[in-house]
Ligand binder design. Structure first.
Ligand code: PLP
Length: 355
């Protein structure tokens, strides 16, 4: 696909058949292949993975390797890059299972403030950012951190889940690796778990690919096809989600504590976010007084469901402290879905007793 085309065109045409073929690539349900062609055994590679890997790799500007979940992508990358005794730097805010996974590895973990100031990365093997971070929605300066990481001989990986491949291109900003949970906005319909790693370096990509083959935990063709089908509407969904997030942000401004959305010009992360992100998305955070206030909000809302994911078609809210995130009890990560903006704003306003 020609890179000059717009993102909407690129994702719509990311799965395209030839005359006489179906429009989208279809899932190929095969474990063994007649030898002599490109494929020989489904665990090593297959046409359904290739269709999605080509689409995501082309958007992100690297070589993509797909995985059955975001955690499978992250854990395989970490096991491939890190050896016993290595040092990994992670920002202070980030997905809790990534933090749990690294705490159980035989590596040293250096925690750095998400929005800086950043220390020297001397002696660090890998810096793993998450930006916008989860659930705090702070933003790390990818270009600055790439320079610092490389000066110290470290690799820089970015968890791009919240931003999506349309919202941010970390490899263009100097990062070496992108990891993501496509369970969220990329697949987008809350019906599949999925993940991927995209790498700038072909040799490291081959090692990650080999690790997947040896490990044997691979994505199924149907799940891969669902993610590819979801990718086709990512541009449209992100547009509505960001519009809804902006409207909910405007509704809540000055009326709830701890309101964060990197797309708002008065957000502390806005300047860096606007510089490095290509567009904003539907995820915002705010604090209600306590657990009961969050429960009341969810009980009164007809459009917002309690769910621990984000980026899907439906608006959802997640009280992160229930999963052990070190945040106030009433902190809500809110994922604006694709409902009509007017309906969502009216619903949230009613549910919070703002009207
Ligand atoms: C930022 C981030 N990274 C990784 C993951 C893990 O992805 P998955 O649930 O697809 O394994 C999540 C899941 O919530 C996430 O929010």
């Amino acid at each position: 696909m020609t890179p000059e085309l717009g993102d909407g065109t690129r994702v719509v045409h990311s799965s395209q058949g030839a005359p006489g073929d179906p429009f989208g690539a279809q899932p190929v349900f095969a474990s063994a292949y007649h030898l002599g062609g490109q494929d020989y055994y489904g665990r090593a590679g297959n046409p359904t993975w290739r269709a999605l890997e080509n689409a995501l790799g082309s958007l992100e500007g690297g070589e993509c390797v797909v995985f059955p979940s975001g955690m499978a992508a992250i854990s395989t990358l970490l096991r491939t890059v890190l050896s016993t005794g290595d040092t990994l730097a992670v920002p202070s805010d980030g997905y809790f299972l990534t933090r749990k996974f690294v705490s159980e590895m035989d590596v040293n973990v250096l925690e750095v403030p998400t929005a800086g100031p950043y220390p020297s990365f001397e002696g660090v093997r890998l810096v793993l950012l998450e930006t916008p971070s989860n659930p705090g929605l702070d933003v790390c300066d990818i270009a600055e951190l790439a320079v610092r990481a490389h000066a110290a001989g470290a690799l820089l990986a970015v968890d791009n889940t919240t931003a999506t491949p349309l919202g941010q291109r970390p490899l263009e900003l100097g990062a070496d690796i992108v990891v993501a949970s496509d369970t969220k906005a990329v697949a987008g319909h809350s019906d599949v778990l999925f993940g991927h790693v995209t790498l700038a370096d072909a040799e490291l990509a081959a090692r990650v690919r080999d690790a997947r083959t040896l490990n044997g935990a691979i994505p199924g063709p149907f799940e891969t096809w669902l993610a590819l089908r979801g990718l086709g509407t990512l541009d449209l969904r992100l547009a509505r989600q960001a519009e809804n997030a902006a409207a909910v942000h405007a509704l809540l401004k000055g009326r709830v504590a701890g309101l964060r959305w990197p797309g708002a010009p008065d957000d502390p992360a806005y300047l860096v976010a606007a510089q490095q992100m290509r567009r904003f998305n539907g995820v915002l955070t705010f604090e209600l007084r306590d657990v009961a206030s969050v429960e009341q909000f969810l009980a009164r809302s007809k459009l917002v469901s309690a769910a621990t994911s984000f980026g899907g078609l439906h608006s959802t809210a997640d009280r992160r402290a229930q999963f052990g995130d070190p945040v106030p009890e009433g902190l809500v990560r809110f994922s604006a879905g694709c409902e009509d903006t007017r309906d969502l704003v009216a619903d949230v306003s009613h549910a919070l007793g703002l009207n």
